[in-house]
Design a protein around this ligand. Structure first.
Ligand code: AHG
Ligand code: MN
Ligand code: MN
Ligand code: MN
Length: 335
């Protein structure tokens, strides 16, 4: 039972029996994420004081300019997870290929794979706007005792055993689910402890915020254009309010609390959209469904999609259930 002001450490121990396979491994994995989150939080907080702003002068596998903090956050999570030997593989937005973790005595016996977006909202780092980390956890499907394979990472989002995000905002929060609802923990930076501040988070069924990069409007499919016009029309509870930070984590976090829809559709510029299915959309979709919301590619539930490659992109519509359903109706109409 979630109690407000419980520490995350206490919560993990008390809720361990809820995990489908409660060998303690998943608890240790969440604990490792909690630790890495504090390391990254420390770095993000002092970003303006030390020379860790700006780009590294390199491009990642996504074709994006890598920021110094992208690299720092990636290393913090990878090192923390590797050192604790609790996963058998790590996939990251910042790495071309997945990393195999051999485990104790090189026996490849760890059960879980993790996929992550170590620093979400890179373009906001230099301007002191909220950024985040997103993670997604699966049980491997190939037999333990052998090195992890690509197949273990390319599982539909429905198979996730846990997912979450960290938001480095005005306060730092860790929000996660293991399939039993969504709980949010706020970091008390003075003592380095996360406390349960947002038990059982839920998307309002209906909201009045729409979040989309409207600069791309001319390139959007007709269904999206029509839905945006609907959001802007005068009627009972419309026009809706437009809010777009450009950090997926922050945009979804706000919409989960206040009620809203987030959209990153495909466009004539990005044939499959921009967001990554495995590092961004699947974990956010799992959290969203666990919070009573809905996530789709405009037609199909994100969690039902069968991934075909590690860095696959997908259109993303996510948020309050009724709003996403409405957007889907507009998409279907203009097929
Ligand atoms: P990342 O910083 O991990 O590469 O992700 C950026 C993503 C996401 O955070 C955000 O919602 C979106 O890109 C913003 O894209 P636009 O600048 O095209 O709106
Ligand atoms: Mn990026
Ligand atoms: Mn991202
Ligand atoms: Mn990123």
């Amino acid at each position: 039972m979630a109690r407000k002001n419980q520490t995350l450490g206490e919560f993990i121990i008390e809720n361990q029996s809820e995990f489908k396979y409660s060998s303690g491994e998943l608890s240790r994995l969440i604990n490792a994420i909690r630790l890495a989150a504090k390391v990254v939080n420390h770095q993000v907080n002092k970003a303006g004081l030390v020379d860790i702003l700006g780009g590294v002068g390199d491009t990642n596998v996504q074709g994006e300019d890598q920021q110094k903090l992208d690299v720092i956050a990636n290393e913090a999570f990878i090192n923390t997870l590797k050192n604790r030997e609790i996963v058998c593989g790590i996939g990251s937005e910042e790495n071309d290929d997945f990393i195999t973790v051999e485990g104790h005595n090189d026996d490849h016996n760890n059960k879980y794979v993790i996929l992550m977006d170590p620093l979400d909202g890179s373009s906001n780092i230099d301007v002191n706007v909220s950024v985040g980390t997103i993670f997604s956890i699966y049980r491997r499907i190939t037999d333990p005792g052998t090195p992890v394979t690509l197949e273990d990472f390319l599982q539909p989002g429905r198979n996730q055993v846990a997912a979450g995000y960290i938001i480095y905002g005005t306060s730092t929060m860790l929000v996660y689910t293991t399939g039993h609802g969504v709980n949010g923990f706020t970091l008390n930076p003075a003592i380095g402890t996360f406390y349960l501040s947002h038990p059982n988070m839920k998307f309002p069924e209906e909201g009045n915020i729409y979040s989309v990069n409207e600069g791309n409007y001319t390139h959007f499919p007709q269904g999206v254009k029509n839905y945006i016009k609907y959001c802007q029309e005068e009627s009972e509870n419309r026009p809706y309010t437009s809010r777009y930070i450009g950090s997926l984590v922050s945009d979804i976090h706000r919409n989960m609390i206040k009620g809203g829809i987030y959209m990153y559709p495909k466009s004539s510029l990005n044939a499959k959209g921009k967001l990554r299915l495995l590092y961004e959309c699947n974990p956010m979709a799992f959290i969203t469904e666990q919070a009573g919301g809905k996530a789709s590619d405009g037609y199909t539930s994100i969690l039902d999609l069968q991934p075909t490659e590690l860095h696959e992109r997908v259109p993303f519509f996510c948020g309050s259930k009724k709003m996403v359903e409405k957007a889907e109706a507009f998409m279907a109409e203009s097929l």
